[in-house]
Write a protein that binds this ligand. Structure first.
Ligand SMILES: [Zn+2]
Length: 69
């Protein structure tokens, strides 16, 4: 009995400068300032990719196997 839940993550749009874009393109990583405002593009589960608030249509969430959700 696990009683686990989805692993929610937020997909966001982060406005960056050309310099940041150049660095992010090569490293695939970036650090943003805490005052940077981001735009939400949705919430999804990193385990099953199910979107928050939408019924599951894909494979079962791995973290839900053996438990109830
Ligand atoms: Zn899930």
């Amino acid at each position: 009995m696990t009683g686990t839940a989805h692993q929610w993550a937020a997909a966001v749009h982060v406005p960056i400068t050309t310099e940041q874009a150049r660095a992010a393109a090569s490293t695939q990583q970036m650090t943003i300032d805490t005052t940077t405002s981001v735009t939400m593009d949705g919430i999804y589960c990193t385990a099953c990719r199910g979107r928050y608030g939408h019924p599951h249509t894909g494979p079962s969430c791995p973290v839900e196997i053996g438990g109830r959700h």
